[in-house]
Design a protein around this ligand. Structure first.
Ligand SMILES: [Zn+2]
Ligand SMILES: [Zn+2]
Length: 357
């Protein structure tokens, strides 16, 4: 779908008058031996470079300007509290008690259907987070949030924004499948009892534990999809690897089998492994998880990447390594599992990437 649009770069004038400031790629690190090995193993295409070192688009158009164009806006980091807006708003002074009737958030009696309030708020939390994550991305692409650095030296793919946005939101293997999973497991009472409780606020330590557990199981499922058998890879994960230079809207673009194995199985396991979470904790985890997964597919580096990398948190460049080289960086939110299993590759050591990403 729209594959052709991913492979061609439009002239900058297409997004005028608010064309993004694209920083010149700084000289890339010297390719490591493993870099060359991987590139030849997978037949990777190296980026076209002009004689002056500027990045050329596929059609040969230079995509560079100078670093004096400006820096990324610090306002960009506001996307993170925005992703948590709904659980933070509802729990501040237990505001939810003033908004909803008590029977909607009371603990369900044994044998009763659970109230749909927690489910509705959970899905809404992800939706609110997604609105802000997408708004952040659109403002960047339009040039409102300062300079942009494409992750890969070949430059960021360009595409018709409106149709890609609609396609991202409407992918059946994305939010539709996630919504069905959340609704089914919630209403059937398949979540641990504590997840239905509105008592207390967001339990941040449990949010962190859920994210770690989810990413650890997802790492395992991801490697199984890649390595268990060529048939499994083709039937599940291969569609998500159509892009070696992904963009933000490719985050949930794959297949139903891929979503089931790499997202839903880890979600169900995590819910039953991380005990004691209340509805607000589950909500904060869900919104952080879904929106973080979206953000690491960005075609541009984020302003928080240096801090994230120092903490081992997943960045867009870390995930681009996986899309570009296939056999490295299987983790999404954290790089810890790649570090331990020897599958991590630092974007700074990849000759296909701009430095500073
Ligand atoms: Zn991906
Ligand atoms: Zn993969």
């Amino acid at each position: 779908m729209l594959l052709g649009t991913h492979l061609t770069l439009l002239p900058k004038a297409k997004i005028a008058p608010f064309s993004p400031t694209v920083l010149a790629p700084a000289p890339s690190a010297t390719p490591s031996p493993i870099d060359s090995d991987i590139a030849s193993e997978i037949g990777a295409v190296t980026s076209p470079l002009a004689t002056d070192g500027s990045v050329l688009a596929v059609d040969g158009t230079p995509t560079r300007c100078t670093p004096s164009c400006g820096a990324a806006s610090p306002l960009a980091v506001l996307v993170w509290p925005s992703i948590l807006l709904l659980p933070l708003y509802m729990t501040c002074g237990e505001r939810y008690r003033d908004i909803f009737p008590e029977e909607w958030y009371a603990a369900p009696e044994p044998g009763q259907w659970p109230s749909a309030l927690g489910l509705s708020l959970g899905i809404s939390a992800v939706a609110v987070g997604q609105i802000f994550a997408l708004l952040y991305h659109i403002l960047r692409v339009k040039g409102y949030l300062g300079a942009l650095i494409p992750i890969q030296r070949k430059g960021a793919p360009t595409y018709p924004l409106a149709s890609e946005l609609l396609s991202h939101l409407a992918q059946p293997e994305g939010f539709a499948m996630l919504g069905c999973y959340l609704s089914g497991t919630w209403m059937m009472g398949w979540m641990p009892a504590s997840y239905y409780s509105f008592e207390g606020g967001v339990q941040w330590e449990l949010v962190a534990l859920q994210l770690l557990c989810q990413d650890g199981i997802q790492y395992l499922m991801h490697r199984i999809e890649h390595k268990a058998s060529p048939a499994l890879y083709q039937a599940s994960h291969k569609p998500h690897h159509r892009w070696t230079n992904p963009k933000l809207f490719d985050a949930f673009n794959g297949s139903a089998a891929d979503t089931f194995l790499m997202i839903l199985v880890p979600l169900f396991a995590t819910a039953h492994l991380v005990q004691g979470c209340n509805v607000w904790t589950y909500m904060a985890f869900g919104s952080l998880y879904a929106n973080w997964l979206t953000l690491i597919h960005s075609e541009f580096a984020h302003p928080w990447d240096a801090v994230f990398r120092s903490l081992g948190l997943g960045t867009a460049a870390d995930h681009h390594i996986h899309h570009a080289l296939f056999i490295k960086n299987y983790g999404h939110l954290f790089m810890y599992f790649d570090w331990v299993c020897g599958t991590y590759k630092d974007p700074a050591t990849c000759s296909k990437f701009n430095s500073g990403v």
